[in-house]
Design a protein around this ligand. Sequence first.
Ligand code: OKP
Ligand code: ZN
Length: 343
Amino acid sequence: MKTVFSPRHAGHAGQTELVGGAIVPGFENPMRARHIRERIEAVALGPVLEPVAHDIATAKRVHDADYIDFLPRAWPMWRDAGHETPAMPFVWPVRGLRADVPPKTVEALLGYYSFDGGATFVEGSWEAIKSSFDTALTAAGLVEAGERAAFALCRPPGHHAGTATMGGYCYINNAAVAAQWFRDRGAGRVTILDIDYHHGNGTQEIFYVRADVQMVNLHGDPLTEYPHFLGHRDERGAGPGEGFNLNYPLPAGTGWEGWSAALDDALVQVAAYAPDILVVSLGVDTFENDPISAFRLTSGDYPQIGARIAGLGLPTLFVMEGGYAVAEIGVNAVGVLTGFEGA
Ligand code: OKP
Ligand code: ZN
């Protein structure tokens, strides 16, 4: 399997985040991509290609234009406002406040365009965000050109990014951009299967009223797990999209037995939808030792996930999302890919 990977992810570094009231080093760090890349070479998964630059207008097919236009401006505005620390929002237009009047200062705009404080900016962030978008589209191009599958080693991840909001380490929704790109290139139906530990709230929001993109999500129950405010079982799509959004919230502590049973049910639903293309939002924070998650999958489980997905027999684009057990992230993510290839 070919991988697309950009060294430009590495400028998105030195992030901090608030955990329990304390500022700590960000879990979403450059070592993640480095370990995955090294594992690809160690197992000789296949060639690693650099992405081709794509027009950012393609991101505006699934995100609001003003939101996308803000992303490259966030760090320069923050710096010009006199800050030196990572740019982080701290006020949001939630219930009872107005979200229909765009504010003018960078501090306010960061809140206007986010749903939490988890998507921060440093100087190299935009270049990394753009490279992640380019990586997804370049890998999508490989599948479009006839590859059975391709791996977009995206960093930063994307599945929490909605129509006009960043959050949870995500800025541009790479999987959603790729799915829309396949549609625009003539695919009739696309399925996004999101197996990251966290619910792909951004992807769900983007496609919620659409029947042409099926969204299937396996994740920690939002009653206790991030992002908390979306991802319940009763969210099944709306209007023409009714029935095309499927959520499998699972309790903290879920291991292979419970998780794989949900996957098998999900795969039956995907097969029934009969998409032309499958996009997998690949997170491996379902791993038993993940520092911010609570499922109990083991490294030996990941190749089986890949094999079961391969059983669909669909052209498949894997898009990297989360996974924070840095030492094992390569073994686990690449395990899914080798399992897919071996099936
Ligand atoms: C991004 B992805 C829990 C804090 C959660 C944000 C997690 C974002 C995960 N103590 N912080 O879906 O892997
Ligand atoms: Zn996650």
